[in-house]
Structures are given as structure tokens and as C-alpha cells.
Ligand binder design. Structure first.
Ligand SMILES: Nc1ncnc2c1ncn2[C@@H]1O[C@H](COP(=O)(O)OP(=O)(O)OP(=O)(O)O)[C@@H](O)[C@H]1O
Ligand SMILES: [Mg+2]
Length: 515
């Protein structure tokens, strides 16, 4: 049996350990079958209306979320619809119109990764560790766990991608300093659709994430989009064709823009040739690196805010940062490196982390630590993963009798969550709470737990009865008698409670298994 780790990326997910392979996060439905991963990616142009990508970004969004209508819709031709309050895709599958939720599509995708891993490892895969963005909320984490459950995977742990990257770095270092004088490393991850910056303090046997900052809406696809607009304008003038009016032409040009972007990372100029883009017209153009940087200057300037925010949150100045590590495919772009270097005051940027697989690698170590054959001595190794401290996302209202309810309570500051995601976490009701004997409101204590997966559960609810007793001191012969000491005795009384979260009930998981 083997453990597999999955870095769940917007563009592609990377599977760790034995196979280091990026599998496009795409599901394409067809009249005869469903394609997932690489074969689905190749269908993006010819079957664009039935092909769904960026699953990580769709998971558990609501249909009305502006991030769907204003952002995600720009990058896809599939028809999104609402199904039971969550975003779903309407596609033609086996000759019929079908609706699949993002959770179902993610389950299909994870199932495919699972199969691939098992085939390549030539052994049954039992458990997985999956990376998630640090900004993933309770709802999104539960949806991913649901998708994994539908796919038949056993998730050992959801791990924040910044933490996974830091783990991957720390585990290979044998020269880490003492805890009083930690080494501060900043990891800058610019991926396909999002960017994150984390400042992490490393010392012998310990890793603490000191600060993190995100822009969930900036990455390689914005560069592709800026290039697409640039070339579409060019071809409108030169070839009198309106690429933007034709979905297939847009897909063809987008693929060309992606190639131009890659070539310009290593070369001073790049050609763009797309045959038969539309109306049997072939188009040709080219771009120098300087022109490219002008075309994408808006995107580049958006990288500054997370860099500065992470530093401000960290506190000390940039001089206290020892190393800057680059992660994510877009940190190969010279202008992105230059931006980062300017911010760092000219520090040498480290590219020793594998840009594409840094998080998958870290998750590999997390797997190793979680597997029974490789247990760390101290399981409570400190991993401070919430940037603003562990802000308990729910509180209790002790003033409502005879029941207390925590309804629709969510994150402390929903404005910091990405793209207007539903901040709802759980519904909680404690029953039969009686007033105090003197008629005062009863104080109810609620014990919650934030699991290692970053999801919340309610563990215990109780009231406390405090009794004060006078404790007579022991009399010692001949000594002067001491005054009686008051002693507090706290008796706990359990309060029955019920609570519900957004996850799919285990009893209905089989319904989602095949569709
Ligand atoms: N050599 C290169 N030059 C320019 N861009 C590149 C290069 N290699 C990869 N990229 C871009 O990097 C992006 C993919 O990066 P990565 O694999 O880190 O993203 P992801 O993890 O799937 O996305 P996210 O982190 O946003 O969920 C794509 O936009 C890809 O085109
Ligand atoms: Mg990524």
C-alpha cells in the first residue's frame, strides 16, 4: 500500500513521490465518454462547451457569486447553473444534458488521479494528502473532503499549500539554527490563477509560518488573457477578423499565447503562429520581451500588494529575511523575478525548490509523517497556519434562553475571504439551557476544535456551577489558628447540543458515485 500526495492546482494537480506529473485539472464530457486530465485538456478547443477546468476555484462556490459571473466565466465556455445552491456545470454527456456539481466533477478528477497513481505505482494506493490554498474556508475544505470520499480516497490530511512548501524546504535542511535565532525564508508562489507569499521562520525541529498574504485572482491565466486581448486587437487591424467573437478561435489563440509566454521566459522574442484561427485565416505575429512586459504591466503591478502585505504582517524589515524562495510556474517569468528581487532589496532568489512541485513535495513529507511507519517524535510540532492568529470562527451568545443558537456564524472578517465565498461555517443549537437560580442569564461554554484539516467541529457544551466553600486549615498543636480559606469548586454540567455543517451526509455519498 502506498500514500500519494496531490497538489491541487488551478491549472494542473501534481502528484508526488513515485510519479512527478502534472495532470490538468480538467474534465471534458463527450457523447461516448468522459475525458479527464491530459485528454480533457486537448478537448478544450473542440469541446469547449462541455469542458470544465479550474475545479479548485469552482468548488462549493454559489452560482450567484460574482467571482463566477465576473471572473471564472471569462476563462470558460461551459454553462454554469445552480444546483442546490452550489455551482454546477451543464454539459452534454452520453447524448443527454446533465448537470454536475463542482464537487462531483472534482470527485471524478480525484478518482482519475487515484487510478493513475495506482497504475504507475503498480500497487494499491490507500491514502492521500491534498494541498489546499490557505484561504480555503471550512465550506471549501469540507467540499474537497466530500469529493475525495465520493472518489473513494482516504484523506489523511488537507495541508495548506504554503505550509507544504515550507515543510518541503525545512525537511531537507540539516543546518537550521537554534530557536532563538530562526532563519526567515519568504516563499513567493505565483501560479496559474493565484499568488501567495509566506514568511516562515525555520529553526532546528521547528517551522512557524509568521505571515501570509494572497491575491486569489492573479497568475498565469491573467497574463494569457492580456496577451489574448493584445493579439486579438492586432489581428482585427491586420487581418480584419474578430477573434473574440468566436469561442474556438479564442481557445486557439489562448493556446498560442501560452506558448508565447513560455518562450519569452527564456528568449528575447517569440513568434505567434495560429493556423486556421477562424474563417480559414492563418495569423502570424511576434512579440519582444520588452513589448510583452508592457502588455502585462497591469498584471505585474498586482504582484506588489501581496509581497508588501506579507512583510507588513511579519513585522521586522526585509533585512530580517534570509532567503527568498520561488515557487509556482510563473516565477520562471523574468519580469516576475525582477519584481520580487526589487521588493527584496536585491537578495538572491532561490530556485532550488522545484517551482512546479514544491507543494507536492512538502505534502510528501506530510504523508511520511502521517504514515504509521514514519512517525515524528513530537506530533504537535508547531505549524501556525492561520496568519491572523487562531481566530476561532464562531462564538456563542449566552443571552438567549432557553436555547442558544449560533446560526450562520462565519469567519471573523468575511471581507478577507476570496471572491465573496460564503462565510457560513456551521449551525449550532444547544438545548435546555436553564437560567441561573437567581434568574440571571446562564453562561454556556462551547468547546470547539479546529482540526489539522482546518475544519471546525463542536466537541462539548457545558455550564459551570461554582460553589465557594470555606476550607478550615489544619490545626497544629500550639500554633495560632489560621483564618478559614475560601475554595472554589467548579462543577461542569453537560448541555445537549446539535450542530450541522456544509459537508455531504455520508448516507448520500453513494448517490454521487456514478452519474
Ligand atoms: N516557463 C514558463 N514561463 C512562463 N510561464 C510558465 C512557465 N512554466 C509554467 N508557466 C505558467 O505557470 C502557470 C502554472 O503554474 P502552477 O503549476 O504553479 O499553477 P497551479 O498551481 O496549477 O495554479 P494555482 O497555484 O493558481 O492554483 C501557468 O499559467 C503556466 O503557463
Ligand atoms: Mg499552485
Amino acid at each position: 500500500m502506498s500514500v500519494v500526495e496531490i497538489e491541487f492546482g488551478a491549472l494542473a494537480s501534481k502528484i508526488g513521490v513515485a510519479i512527478h506529473r502534472a495532470t490538468p485539472s480538467v474534465v471534458s464530457s463527450g457523447p461516448k465518454q468522459r475525458a479527464i486530465g491530459e485528454p480533457a485538456k486537448t478537448l478544450e478547443i473542440s469541446n469547449s462547451h462541455n469542458t470544465v477546468g479550474s475545479l479548485k476555484r469552482l468548488l462549493r462556490r454559489t452560482f450567484s457569486n460574482p467571482m463566477i459571473s465576473e471572473v471564472e466565466s471569462q476563462y470558460t465556455y461551459v454553462k454554469f447553473v445552480d444546483a442546490n445552491g452550489t455551482i454546477s456545470a451543464q454539459v452534454n454527456y452520453l447524448g443527454e444534458q446533465k448537470v454536475f456539481s463542482a464537487t462531483q466533477l472534482t470527485a471524478m478528477y480525484l478518482g482519475k488521479l487515484w487510478d493513475t497513481s495506482a497504475k504507475e505505482l503498480k500497487t494499491a494506493v490507500s491514502d492521500v494528502v491534498i494541498t489546499v490554498p490557505g484561504l480555503y474556508t471550512d465550506i471549501q475544505r469540507r467540499a474537497l473532503l466530500d469529493a475525495a470520499q465520493i472518489a473513494g480516497l482516504n484523506v489523511l490530511r488537507l495541508i495548506n499549500d504554503t505550509t507544504a512548501v515550507a515543510l518541503g524546504y525545512g525537511i531537507t535542511k540539516s543546518d537550521l539554527p537554534e530557536a532563538e535565532n530562526p532563519r526567515h525564508v519568504t516563499f513567493v508562489d505565483v501560479g496559474h490563477a493565484s499568488m501567495s507569499v509566506a514568511v516562515v521562520a525555520f529553526s532546528e525541529g521547528q517551522l512557524i509560518v509568521k505571515s501570509t498574504a494572497y491575491d486569489p485572482h492573479v497568475g498565469g491565466r491573467d497574463i494569457d488573457y492580456a496577451l489574448l486581448q493584445h493579439f486579438a486587437t492586432d489581428f482585427k487591424e491586420k487581418s480584419k477578423i474578430d477573434v473574440l467573437s468566436n469561442p474556438k478561435a479564442i481557445c486557439r489563440l489562448s493556446a498560442g499565447c501560452d506558448r508565447v509566454k513560455n518562450v519569452l521566459s527564456a528568449n528575447a522574442e517569440a513568434p505567434l503562429n495560429v493556423e486556421s484561427i477562424m474563417n480559414d485565416v492563418d495569423v502570424h505575429s511576434h512579440l519582444t520581451r520588452q513589448e510583452y512586459e508592457e502588455v502585462i504591466s497591469d498584471v505585474l503591478s498586482r504582484l506588489e500588494a501581496p509581497l508588501h502585505a506579507a512583510l507588513v504582517d511579519f513585522g521586522p524589515t526585509i533585512d530580517q529575511i534570509d532567503t527568498v524562495g520561488l515557487v509556482g510556474g510563473c516565477t520562471r517569468i523574468p519580469a516576475v523575478r525582477q519584481k520580487t528581487q526589487n521588493w527584496s532589496g536585491g537578495k538572491t532568489l532561490s530556485t532550488t525548490l522545484n517551482q512546479d512541485e514544491a507543494a507536492a513535495r512538502g505534502a510528501t513529507f506530510a504523508c511520511a509523517m502521517l504514515s504509521p511507519t514514519f512517525r515524528p517524535e513530537d506530533e504537535d510540532t508547531e505549524l501556525t497556519v492561520f496568519p491572523k492568529g487562531n481566530n476561532r470562527p464562531v462564538d456563542q451568545d449566552p443571552h438567549v434562553l432557553p436555547q442558544i443558537r449560533v446560526r450562520g456564524r462565519g469567519y471573523a472578517d468575511p471581507s478577507t475571504l476570496p471572491g465573496g465565498i460564503n462565510p457560513w461555517i456551521a449551525k449550532f443549537t444547544a438545548k435546555d439551557v436553564q437560567p441561573q437560580p437567581n434568574g440571571d442569564y446562564q453562561i454556556v461554554k462551547v468547546k470547539t476544535r479546529l482540526s489539522a484539516n482546518g475544519i471546525l467541529s463542536f466537541e462539548q457544551v457545558y455550564t459551570e456551577e461554582i460553589e465557594e466553600r470555606e476550607e478550615q486549615p489544619m490545626q497544629v498543636d500550639g500554633a495560632e489558628g489560621e483564618a478559614a480559606q475560601p475554595k472554589k469548586i467548579v462543577k461542569k454540567h453537560e448541555v445537549p447540543f446539535v450542530w450541522g455543517h456544509s459537508g455531504v451526509d455520508a448516507s448520500i455519498v453513494p448517490q454521487f458515485r456514478e452519474v
